[in-house]
Structure formats: structure tokens, C-alpha cells
Design a protein around this ligand. Structure first.
Ligand SMILES: Nc1ncnc2c1ncn2[C@@H]1O[C@H](COP(=O)(O)OP(=O)(O)OP(=O)(O)O)[C@@H](O)[C@H]1O
Length: 298
């Protein structure tokens, strides 16, 4: 079932077009990512999905409804930005306050326990660490027991361990049946968490695919470089399984291809009694795919 459907979205601020033509749909139970350069139109897009901004063109449906429909507020949880809570409010108070806005709120204490904030109920907001503030903002987005959670820049400013903990949290939320729309600048985060990703550039969707699908679109997969310990015939590796291209530059061989390329090349070299020196294996990742996709558009 489609939970969020965005078709040919268009939004301008005065003369500036922020979103030109964005389309994607998110299915129930997915973690769906939106990635793009600064100013690409990501936040504007999700703010329209959240019902905080009005589109100038195109259609947006959340759970089959117009995002401005008050019924959507009950069923969609949006992560608050850090500055939106008063310094002195205590964790428990903030959660109870937000819970009071909803007809069917989650149990605040159970939610805090689940998010690792059980011991911080009486802490003032200003005394929380960056990671705790982030956890609280996620808790507040979930306190209405939403079917959809929209999270923008989830782990910005967190240390590596807190980022990983937050990723685990998001996976848990999904496992409990919540559909997640996630805006992120971090390619490792998108690659690790998202089932599918929309790449937005200059206000347009330029690709929607799984992380591995995006990587496959722009890259031949794996690149192996080495210097042979003894001279090799120029076509020595041409027929090795998975090899798609071979080039030699100043004694350095570069072999590109797919599958278990390093193993196949290693075996072929061993059969020729040649040792690969300075061996380097580069696996294409989402970051290289992203750079390649957006540079095609520039
Ligand atoms: N309230 C506003 N008034 C005028 N222009 C705006 C406003 N909000 C955003 N913009 C402009 O619209 C464009 C898209 O901004 P948006 O914040 O949606 O992009 P983004 O992809 O979320 O960027 P970032 O990754 O930097 O957060 C940018 O050129 C931005 O300067």
C-alpha cells in the first residue's frame, strides 16, 4: 500500500523555484530516504508532505489524504528541530505535553525506556547531550503513535556511536510497523538504513531506487588495481570471469568488473605465477554513485 505519494511537486519562494518537479512514492513499512546537495529542495519537499507548507503545483497524498487534512496530523509524526523546545522543560514534561495533543498517544514512559531515555525523565532539556536531544526529538515525533514518521537530518552533530545507536532505533521503529521518510546528507546512513532512496537535484528527482540499484546504475561495480611481479601479456586477464575492462598505465593494471573480481583476478595471476603487488580493491558505494548521478545533471 502506498503511504506517501508525491507527483510532479512544484514550489517557489517568490521568484526562486525551490522544487521544480519532484515525484516519488513510499510504500507501507519502508524506510525511504531523500538525498541531495545543499539547497536541492529536500526540506521543502518534506515540509509539504508534513502539511507545513503548501505546494504551488503537483499532488501530494499522505495515507490517501491531502497533507493539510487535520486527520493527517494524527497519523504522521515529524521530528522537531533542536531549537523548538524551551531550555527548562523536562524530558517527561515535554513528552506528556506532546502526548496531550493526540487521541491515541503512546505511553510516555514506555517510549522513553525504548529510546534509552528512561533515566532522563526529570532532566531539563538544556542539560541533555546532543545524542539525548536527538533521541527526545525522535520520541516526540513518535508519541502520537503515528503510522508515518518524517525525520530530517537525523544524526547531524552526533558522534559515531550515537549515530549507530540512532540507526538501530530507526530500524526498530520500522520493525514496529511505522513507515519512515528520512532526509539525510550522510551516504553511509542512507546506504545502511534505507530500502529505497530518491535523489533530488536542483529541485528535480533524478533517480529513485534501492541503494544497490543506484550503485549499479552508475558503476561497473568493483575496481582492482595492482602491479604485476612479472611482465604480463596485455590480454592476460581479458577472459577472467567478471572482468569488463582492463587498462595498464605505467606498470599499474586497473581491472574493472563485477562479482568476486579480486578473487578471480588473484586466481588468474596465481596460475601465471605472477604476484599482484600494491593490490587495491575499490568497491563502488552510494557516495560514488551519488557524486556521479548529480555531476551528470550539472
Ligand atoms: N523560506 C524560504 N524562503 C526563500 N527561499 C527558501 C526558503 N526555504 C528554502 N529556500 C530556498 O529553496 C531552495 C531549496 O531549499 P531546501 O531547504 O528545500 O533545500 P535542502 O535540499 O533541504 O537544502 P539543505 O540540504 O541545505 O538543507 C534553496 O535554494 C533555498 O535557499
Amino acid at each position: 500500500m502506498t503511504v506517501i505519494d508525491v507527483r510532479q511537486l512544484h514550489k517557489r519562494y517568490g521568484d526562486r523555484v525551490a522544487v521544480r518537479d519532484v515525484s516519488f512514492s513510499v510504500e507501507r513499512g519502508e524506510i525511504f530516504g531523500i538525498i541531495g546537495r545543499n539547497g536541492a529542495g529536500k526540506t521543502t519537499t518534506v515540509e509539504i508532505v508534513e502539511g507545513l507548507r503548501e505546494a504551488d503545483g503537483g499532488t501530494v497524498r499522505v495515507l490517501g489524504l491531502d497533507p493539510a487534512d487535520p486527520a493527517v496530523r494524527e497519523r504522521l509524526g515529524a521530528q522537531l528541530q533542536e531549537s523548538q523546545l524551551p531550555d527548562r522543560i523536562r524530558v517527561g514534561e515535554a513528552l506528556s505535553l506532546f502526548a496531550s495533543f493526540y487521541r491515541n498517544p503512546a505511553h510516555p514512559e514506555a517510549l522513553l525506556d525504548h529510546l534509552g531515555l528512561g533515566g532522563s525523565v526529570n532532566q531539563q532539556y538544556k542539560k541533555l547531550s546532543g545524542g539525548q536531544k536527538q533521541r527526545l526529538s525522535i520520541a516526540l515525533s513518535l508519541v502520537g503513535s503515528p503510522e508515518v514518521a518524517v525525520l530530517d537530518e537525523l544524526t547531524t552533530g552526533l558522534d559515531p556511536q550515537a549515530r549507530r545507536d540512532t540507526w538501530q532505533l530507526i530500524s526498530d521503529i520500522r520493525d514496529r510497523g511505522v513507515t519512515v521518510l528520512l532526509v539525510t546528507h550522510f551516504m553511509d546512513e542512507a546506504e545502511r538504513l534505507c530500502d529505497r532512496i530518491a535523489v533530488i537535484d536542483q529541485g528535480r528527482t533524478i533517480a529513485v531506487d534501492s541503494p544497490s540499484g543506484l550503485v549499479r546504475r552508475v558503476s561497473s561495480g568493483v575496481r582492482v588495481t595492482f602491479q604485476p611481479s612479472a611482465p604480463l601479456a596485455p590480454d592476460a586477464l581479458d577472459r577472467v570471469t567478471g572482468v569488463t575492462a582492463v587498462s595498464v598505465d605505467d606498470h599499474t593494471w586497473t581491472v574493472t568488473g563485477t562479482g568476486n573480481l579480486a578473487h578471480e583476478v588473484g586466481s588468474a595471476l596465481a596460475a601465471l605465477s605472477v604476484v599482484p603487488l600494491s593490490l587495491n580493491v575499490l568497491q563502488a558505494d552510494l557516495e560514488s554513485a551519488f557524486v556521479s548521478l548529480v555531476s551528470r545533471e550539472s
